[in-house]
Each structure stands twice: as structure tokens, then as C-alpha cells.
Design a binder for this molecule. Structure first.
Ligand SMILES: Cc1cc2nc3c(=O)[nH]c(=O)nc-3n(C[C@H](O)[C@H](O)[C@H](O)COP(=O)(O)OP(=O)(O)OC[C@H]3O[C@@H](n4cnc5c(N)ncnc54)[C@H](O)[C@@H]3O)c2cc1C
Length: 289
């Protein structure tokens, strides 16, 4: 069935290119300035899912990102692949956001766009996880905040009217679920890889680069005030996470303990009893990673 009105969002994040010499600063933070940048590889599957939905069922695709100004690059890349528009939430007050603050800010963008378009999102696609933060929390947190259904680890899907039928990866196999729209879907890397950029898309982006006033019609760069977000809930102020310390892989060595036959509560208690948690929690300053 074709529904030309589907309002489709895809969340994409710019991350340090894992192939570049990003390095780590002396204080343990990632040296983002030196790193080359790229679209989070997992988000390419999400973009493909959004473009597939548009092609098969109709609608428009808006790519959304939160990050510093260079993140516009990946929104243009999304347009080259066939997205209709891009929105970048960029604001100094977002620095050092943890996942709670990130999901808050991105939820405010989605709510703002829903009002602007006078049409709430039908489908929101997100990557499974990122290659820098790597928590896989942002997508589900946004679904919770919006109060929409969420389908995680999705490896394939179809739409039957306004019902999403999705195959999800679960331990040892897969499961098929059906849910009414709206829904947020985190797309597994078992999904179809992103197709090549279209010549039309590439030419369009070349044209946008030559005509900034037209580019502004396709890519909106907005801040926290535009989306009516509370700055106290964004950035470091809105981030309860404390990063105690970071290590380079292989620097500490260590061991692995496999625990079996106990309840999860017991296992967590054992681990906490063996860890200097007080020392960790008493750290006053959060460390941007
Ligand atoms: C205390 C603390 C300080 C931090 N400081 C910084 C900092 O200064 N600068 C910094 O860059 N990071 C910082 N981070 C990392 C930052 O919290 C995470 O990168 C961010 O919250 C997203 O989480 P994630 O990368 O684990 O995303 P995941 O939950 O793994 O991402 C899942 C999916 O959500 C979507 N998504 C996630 N983030 C975005 C985004 N920004 N835009 C669009 N879509 C997105 C994508 O579709 C992605 O595939 C900090 C983290 C902590 C805990």
C-alpha cells in the first residue's frame, strides 16, 4: 500500500572516523579536533531503511542530527542518497551531553518538526548504536520520551497499512512483531546496506554548495531556543552521567570473570562489593569523552 504522506525521520550522528588517527588527549578525552569525521556506520543502515520506506510506501525523509556545525556534512550526504531535507541542532550549550541530555534535545527537535510540518512523525529510524558513545540508549530513550512504540534490533520490516511488521534479532534467532504507527525503529547492521549515492542527489548537493540561500531551504541549522528546549536539561547541566576514567584498550590488561547460576541482582551486588564505587561516585567533575 502506498501512503504518500508518511512523515519519516532518520537520526544520524557524525562520529570520529575510526580509520583516522583520532587519538586521546592527555586527560583521557577523545581528540575530536584531529579526527577525520564520518557518518556513524550504523546510521547508514537507518538511512537506507528510511529511504526504502519512502520508495516503497511514499512520504518524505528528514535526516536529523545533533552536533557541532561540521555535522552538516552528513546531512548533505543523506541528501545525496535521497533524503529530502536535513535538520542540524547545533548549540554550544549541548557540549558534554550524555545520552539522557542527547535524547532530550533530539526529542525536542522531533516535537518541533512535528508542529512545523503539522504532521507527527509516522516512523523514526535510528542506528543501533554509535561507534563513539556506543551505548545504544538514545533511540529507545527518544521513543520513551515521545510515548511511541519502539522496535529495536530490526533487521527487516514491511508496512501493512499503518501497521509495522518487523523482524528483530534476539539471542539465538529472531522474532517477528507487529505494531501500529507511530514507531521508532533501531536498525540492525543485518539490514540492507546503504545504496550508492544517486547522480541526481550528487548534482543536487553540488548545486546547494554553490547557492547557500537554496541550501538553507534544505538544511536547517537550529538551536535550543528554536526547539523550545530547557538548557538546564541539555549539555553538561542535563547530564547525570559521570565518566570516572578512560583507558586506552590494552593499557590496563585485566581479567574476565564469567558468572553463572546466580540471579542478576546477586551478580551486580558481588561486582559492586568488589569495586571502589564510593571513590568513583565522589568524583565531582564529569569528563567529556
Ligand atoms: C559525561 C559525558 C560527557 C560527554 N561529552 C561529550 C562531548 O563533549 N561531546 C560529544 O560529542 N559526546 C560526548 N559524550 C558522548 C555522548 O553522550 C554520546 O555520544 C551521546 O549521548 C550519544 O550516545 P551514543 O553515542 O552512545 O549513541 P547511541 O545511543 O549508541 O546511538 C544510537 C542511535 O541514536 C542516534 N543518535 C545518537 N546520538 C545522536 C546525535 N548526536 N545526533 C543524531 N542522532 C543521534 C543515532 O541514530 C544512533 O545510531 C559524553 C558522554 C558522557 C557520558
Amino acid at each position: 500500500m502506498t501512503n504518500a504522506n508518511f512523515n519519516i525521520y532518520v537520526l544520524i550522528k557524525q562520529v570520529p572516523d575510526t580509520g583516522s588517527k583520532a587519538g586521546v588527549n592527555p586527560d583521557g578525552t577523545i581528540d575530536r579536533a584531529r579526527a577525520k569525521r564520518m557518518m556513524n556506520p550504523f546510521d547508514k543502515f537507518a538511512l537506507q531503511a528510511a529511504l526504502h520506506t519512502k520508495k516503497e510506501y511514499g512520504g518524505t525523509v528528514t535526516a536529523i542530527s545533533m552536533g557541532p556545525p561540521p555535522a552538516k556534512e552528513i546531512l548533505l550526504e543523506a541528501i545525496e542518497h535521497g533524503a529530502d531535507a536535513g535538520v542540524l541542532l547545533s548549540d554550544r550549550r549541548l557540549a558534554a551531553s550524555d545520552t539522557l541530555a542527547t535524547s532530550y534535545a533530539l526529542t525536542k527537535v522531533i516535537e518541533y518538526l512535528n508542529t512545523e510540518k503539522n504532521h507527527p512523525a509516522d516512523l523514526i529510524f535510528a542506528g543501533l548504536q554509535t561507534t563513539d558513545g556506543d551505548t545504544a540508549q538514545v533511540g529507545p530513550e527518544i521513543a520513551e520520551r515521545l510515548g511511541v512504540m519502539q522496535v529495536t534490533y530490526c533487521e527487516d520490516f514491511s508496512l501493512e497499512g499503518t501497521t509495522l511488521v518487523a523482524r528483530r534479532i534476539v539471542e539465538g534467532g529472531h522474532t517477528v512483531v507487529a505494531t501500529p504507527l507511530p514507531a521508532l525503529v533501531t536498525v540492525a547492521n543485518a539490514y540492507t546496506p546503504l545504496a550508492y549515492k544517486s547522480l541526481r542527489g550528487a548534482k543536487k548537493v553540488q548545486y546547494l554548495a554553490r547557492t547557500p540561500e537554496v541550501e538553507a531551504e534544505y538544511i536547517s541549522v537550529i538551536d535550543l531556543d528554536v526547539v523550545n528546549a530547557d538548557p538546564m536539561l541539555a549539555g553538561l547541566k542535563g547530564s547525570p552521567t559521570i565518566v570516572g576514567k578512560t583507558w586506552k584498550i590494552g593499557e590496563v590488561g585485566g581479567s574476565c570473570v564469567v558468572r553463572q547460576g546466580q540471579s542478576v541482582a546477586n551478580m551486580v551486588t558481588d561486582v559492586l562489593d568488589a569495586t571502589p564505587v564510593d571513590e568513583f561516585l565522589n568524583k565531582k567533575e564529569a569528563v567529556p569523552v
